[in-house]
Design a protein. Structure first.
Length: 421
């Protein structure tokens, strides 16, 4: 792609895929020139209506081709003249959304592609025809401007506020890439309702995982796929919530990630926290054992806290959910053996009762969300939703008899591969 000395390329169709508002070029740039913005009060608000926040506006451009506008915080209105064909991503939830809409092969970048490929393949193994091949693509965190020019993507499916927080980036860089390469479109700080960088506070809103997915579906003009998958998700959550046992009979639980370098250190994650990180645990309405032991305010910035076994024993969960072993980077058998042989950890109720279970990921897209809702329901409430068959290290998500599955794999695969018939 030819470029002049300023770095701007010769006009292409992406010159018409632009922001419909002056958000980046106006108030936000002004807000980053002084220190006053850092003292501002967070005014982010949570989106309250999936219907309201999932409406695209079609317009006609000057050359009579159909264009459309999709709105999402923090970008505002983003205008496209046609559906993007090449997709830059950073975090797993955005990549998972592209995959669910049939655009997995269009992804040219993501953070930790080998990690995510090993994780995704363990779940989508049960979705006939749905595959990923992300080996060798650009590992995109933190991104470089040079690489973004080289990739020349049609869309950066990433949160510009998140990229602005990376070393070496500022608002002028964000605007440069938007103008010269392609728009930004993403929302990351809805993960745990974190406070975004000061320059972005006034333009930020929090969305659920599926609300963000609805916005991304508009970008790819795949609203019917989204609606079909969303219907399956809504039915799954409704089934779980309507069949939960009384609160007095629900187990306590904790979610942890063990350090790969120090077996005595781990991180604990909130299970009932607002945001899409907890989209698969919050509907379970179980007691977060760590919150009970440490206090609800733990890990306010990211919904997590560094732990040791003494703190974990004080919390003493009935069920221990372990992140990581469904990738090639952790081994659930080794983790269980370490727990059973540790002088403190072996006293945990979850260890004594053999209720240490494998979990997948917190940055999950819609497909992983369906599987993780099912697995978590079975791990916590086997009497209500069927026994969890257990995860065998190095193998895919376990086979579950058709009459014990909480959602229809064949229907999900059909939607992803063939669209809505």
């Amino acid at each position: 792609m030819a470029r002049d000395s300023s770095g701007r390329g010769s006009p292409t169709r992406r010159d018409y895929m632009k922001y419909g508002s002056a958000l980046l070029g106006g108030g936000l740039l002004a807000g980053c020139t002084g220190d006053a913005a850092s003292d501002s009060t967070t005014t982010v608000s949570e989106s309250t209506s999936q219907t309201e926040t999932a409406t695209a506006t079609a317009t006609e451009s000057e050359d009579d081709s159909s264009s459309y506008t999709v709105s999402m915080a923090p970008m505002g209105d983003v205008e496209f003249d046609e559906v993007p064909e090449t997709v830059f991503t950073i975090l797993g939830q955005h990549a998972g959304m592209a995959l669910a809409l049939g655009y997995g092969d269009a992804i040219n970048a993501m953070h930790g592609p080998s990690y995510h490929q090993s994780l995704w393949n363990n779940f989508i193994h049960h979705l006939d025809g749905v595959t990923v091949d992300w080996e060798g693509i650009y590992s995109s965190w933190p991104p470089t401007k040079e690489k973004l020019y080289e990739l020349d993507s049609d869309i950066h499916l990433a949160d510009p506020a998140k990229v602005d927080s990376a070393e070496g980036w500022d608002m002028s860089d964000i605007e440069e890439i938007e103008q010269n390469v392609a728009p930004w479109f993403g929302n990351t700080f809805s993960d745990t309702h974190q406070k975004p960088p000061a320059e972005w506070v006034d333009s930020y809103e929090y969305y659920t995982l599926w609300e963000i997915f609805g916005k991304v579906a508009q970008v790819f003009q795949e609203e019917e796929r989204y609606e079909a998958l969303s219907s399956i998700h809504d039915s799954l959550v409704s089934n779980i919530e309507s069949n939960l046992p009384p609160e007095s009979k629900r187990p306590t639980a904790a979610m942890v990630l063990f350090s790969s370098s120090d077996d005595d250190n781990m991180w604990g994650y909130k299970m009932n926290h607002p945001g899409y990180y907890s989209a698969h645990t919050r509907p379970m309405k179980t007691t977060d054992a760590l919150a009970s032991a440490i206090g609800e305010g733990y890990g306010e910035d990211g919904g997590n806290i560094k732990l040791d076994y003494e703190i974990l024993l004080e919390a003493d969960p009935d069920v221990l959910l372990v992140l990581g072993p469904m990738t090639d980077y952790f081994n659930i058998d080794d983790i269980r053996a370490d727990l059973e042989n540790h002088e403190v950890a072996k006293e945990l109720t979850a260890v004594k009762e053999d209720r240490v279970f494998t979990q997948g990921a917190r940055r999950h897209g819609p497909l992983l969300n369906l599987f993780q809702l099912e697995m978590t329901a079975k791990q916590l409430y086997p009497e209500q939703f069927g026994e969890w068959p257990g995860y065998v290290n190095g193998e895919p998500y376990p086979d579950i008899p058709a009459d014990e599955q909480l959602f229809d794999r064949d229907r999900v695969a059909e939607i992803v591969t063939d669209g809505v018939n």
